[in-house]
Design a protein around this ligand. Structure first.
Ligand code: MN
Ligand code: MN
Length: 323
């Protein structure tokens, strides 16, 4: 039986106790019983418009106490197969992005070195550059699978190279991602010019707008993703503004006419089979949320990330048995 699992909500009410993700144990000491850890990176000094995503990890945890351990859509009792904890937050430095990147690398490196999969709660999207630096140190350049209304491949904002609009151009320049296996999905909304998306394509990303995705449909989109990413390591980054503001009003730079939560959950569920090395969920901004709509969407997407890790473990166990 896996060592770390959520508190049993038949024994203690789910609204009791400290707010860890999904009522998992809060453990700061890494050990061999962890398949995944949830960790927050409450940094929002990279935001170009609304600030406040520093409170994202707390808001997602707050909603997550409602999540239950059996996932009927994937038919799996998650904690029969894996064990995981809430590792708390990485100690970032508000206002200091370069120093925060160092903190992120220092925080994630021991997790990755143990082969534990980090699931990171943001924070604004600038943090993903720090995450990819840590990931590439362990795995070399990985595929990037990005769900986002924005490509985040601008060169600079206000003359500054590091913020939530630029992380994937920087990641490419730094050699952290294998762009030939990387794909960006969900782009929409007004731009500064056609070069914004064309630049991403010229850099080598496969780019799918929300409209293209909706026309193709979820099943076709999943075929494209699996074909593109292939069997090598992949990092999944999910900007909550991929969703329509109906499902995620609490975010830094909302764009209308986005994906529904149904489409998003179906897409994430369909990722089963990929070789995940890490996940993040960014840009939740609770001050603009209403009735926990955004944190409900975010927590449920993270729940599907955890399920993917459990499915992978179950598959590995079944393969071992059949040998
Ligand atoms: Mn983004
Ligand atoms: Mn975005």
């Amino acid at each position: 039986m896996p060592k770390y699992q959520p508190k049993n909500s038949f024994e203690s009410p789910r609204f009791s106790g400290p707010r860890t993700f999904m009522r998992l144990p809060y453990v700061e000491q890494l050990d061999e019983h962890m398949d995944f850890v949830i960790t927050g990176i409450p940094f929002d000094s990279g935001q170009s418009f609304r600030t406040g995503a520093r409170f994202g990890p707390g808001a997602i945890r707050d909603f997550s106490i409602l999540l239950r351990p059996y996932n009927p859509e994937q038919d799996i009792h998650i904690f029969d197969y894996i064990s995981g904890v809430d590792f708390g937050d990485i100690p970032i430095i508000p206002g200091y992005i370069a120093e925060t990147y160092d903190k992120i690398v220092a925080g994630l490196t021991p997790i990755l070195n143990r082969g534990i999969i980090p699931i990171i709660l943001g924070g604004d999207h600038s943090i993903t550059l720090g995450e990819l630096r840590a990931v590439a140190k362990k795995y070399g350049p990985v595929a990037l699978l990005q769900f986002d209304a924005h490509s985040d491949t601008w060169d600079s904002y206000f003359g500054q190279k590091y913020n939530h609009g630029t992380p994937f151009r920087r990641a490419l320049e730094e050699g952290l991602i294998d762009v030939s296996r990387s794909i960006q999905i969900g782009m929409r909304g007004g731009l500064y010019g056609p070069e914004d998306l064309n630049d991403a394509r010229k850099m080598g990303f496969e780019v799918w707008t929300t409209n293209q995705m909706k026309k193709a449909g979820v099943e076709r989109m999943l075929e494209v993703i699996h074909h593109r990413v292939g069997s090598g390591p992949v990092f999944v980054t999910f900007d909550i503004d991929f969703l329509d503001p109906i499902y995620a009003p609490g975010t830094g730079t909302p764009e209308v006419a986005g994906a529904s939560i149904d489409e998003a959950l179906a897409l994430v569920r369909g990722l089963h089979g990929l070789d995940f090395v890490g996940f993040d969920l960014v840009e939740v901004l609770p001050a603009f949320d209403h009735g926990q709509i955004t944190s409900a969407s975010a927590a449920n997407i993270v729940y599907e990330f955890i399920t993917l890790i459990a499915l992978k473990k179950r598959q590995q166990l079944q393969q071992q048995k059949s040998w």
